[in-house]
Design a protein around this ligand. Structure first.
Ligand code: ATP
Ligand code: MG
Length: 114
C-alpha cells in the first residue's frame, strides 16, 4: 500500500489535518512490503476511509496506528505527539495517546469486517 501525502490530496486541508499524521510509514514482514511509505493526515472530526483489495495492507496500517505493530520506518503523530512505536498497552499514563488508540481499536472492531 502506498498513499499520497496529505498535502498532495485534492482538497486536503493541511492545516486541519494534523490531528493524526501518518508520515512515510513503512512496514516490512521479512520479504513482504505490506505498507510502503504511506503518508496522510486526518483532521479532528474528519472521517477518513481506507479501501483496497485483499492484501493491500489495510489491517497492517491500522495495526501500525493503534500500536499493535511497530513501523519499520516512518513516524506517527497524534495531536503533535510522536506515538511511533508506542504499544497500545500502558495507555493510562500516556493520556490522550492511549485514549485515541483505544478508540481506534474499538472502531476497528465495530466498523471493519477484517
Ligand atoms: N504478521 C504478518 N507476517 C507476515 N506477513 C504479513 C503479516 N500480516 C500481514 N502480512 C502480509 O502483509 C500484506 C498486507 O496484509 P493485510 O492483512 O494488512 O492486508 P489487508 O488489506 O488488510 O487485506 P484484507 O482485505 O484481506 O483484510 C499481505 O501480503 C499479508 O500477507
Ligand atoms: Mg484486513
Amino acid at each position: 500500500m502506498s498513499v499520497a501525502p496529505a498535502a498532495a490530496r485534492e482538497g486536503a486541508a493541511t492545516s486541519a489535518a494534523n490531528f493524526l499524521v501518518v508520515d512515510r510509514v513503512t512496514c516490512q514482514f521479512g520479504g513482504v512490503l505490506a505498507v510502503n511509505a504511506v503518508s496522510f493526515g486526518v483532521g479532528q472530526g474528519e472521517l477518513f476511509g481506507l479501501i483496497g483489495p485483499n492484501g493491500a495492507g489495510k489491517t497492517t496500517l491500522f495495526n501500525l496506528i493503534t500500536g499493535l505493530t511497530t513501523p519499520t520506518r516512518g513516524n506517527l503523530r497524534y495531536r503533535g505527539e510522536d506515538i511511533t512505536g508506542l504499544p497500545p498497552t500502558g495507555w493510562q499514563s500516556a493520556g490522550s495517546r492511549g485514549h485515541f488508540r483505544t478508540c481506534a481499536s474499538s472502531a476497528s472492531c465495530r466498523r471493519s469486517p477484517t
